[in-house]
Design a protein around this ligand. Sequence first.
Ligand code: COA
Length: 237
Amino acid sequence: MPVQVVDGIEIHYVETGGGGTTLCLVHGAGGNAQVWMRQLEGLAAAARVIALDLPGHGESKGDGRRRIEDYARVVRGFIRAAGLGPVVLGGHSMGGAVAQTVALEHPELLAGLVLVGTGARLRVLPRIFELLASDYAEGCAFVNVLGFSRAASQALKDGARAAMLGTRPSVTIGDFAACDAFDVMPRVGTIRAPVLAICGEDDQLTPPKYAEFLATKIPGARLLLVEKAGHFVQLEQ
Ligand code: COA
């Protein structure tokens, strides 16, 4: 995987396609760029598709962050260091919080925003924190059960669970703490980038209500609810 140095840290990324629009994709809590494998393949003919590993995740170096703003700073730095902007920025779950933050603070970097399985506020079930701290594998399994629809194959679920198991517990717990503190509900309506909000109809972690809120508050935003999909909608369908 290629690398871009941001704030002295090697940020790894996967790239496919080329020409036209650049789509830059940010994964969720405890995850990595592979959560976008379907889009890296399926959108390559239409765009330059780049999925990065946040610090402390996947192949990237460094430690995780505990605030969404700090991940947004990394993503901004990545877009600038790679000379990419303006990009269509896509984010899943925590990555969607990061993408909203970039859109609010640095709209000049964006040509559009795709918010996948996310919301303007991301409170986290206390049980997730308890399990991740007491038995990390159990915590990953719990998130995995909540993360997929009944229609999802075991292989898909196993892949997402393995990605979280491969992330250090301290990093994943820090990610969920960052989500829990995230709340741009009063501000999200000031986003002016073209927005597409996507959510699985069976999403239990960021239910369709969250995407409907984004689509209602952000002027011109489009909403896409996807059948037979849960929180990992971009893997499932
Ligand atoms: N968009 C729209 N509405 C939202 C929202 C969002 N992003 N986040 C919260 N709300 C709404 C809730 O639906 C609720 O509305 P209600 O009072 O009409 O029922 C209200 O705002 C308050 O919700 P919340 O801030 O989440 O607090 P809570 O004490 O009601 O619930 C949890 C706390 C953790 C139980 C709940 O947030 C939850 O079930 N979260 C999803 C599971 C999870 O852990 N997801 C991980 C995300 S990374």
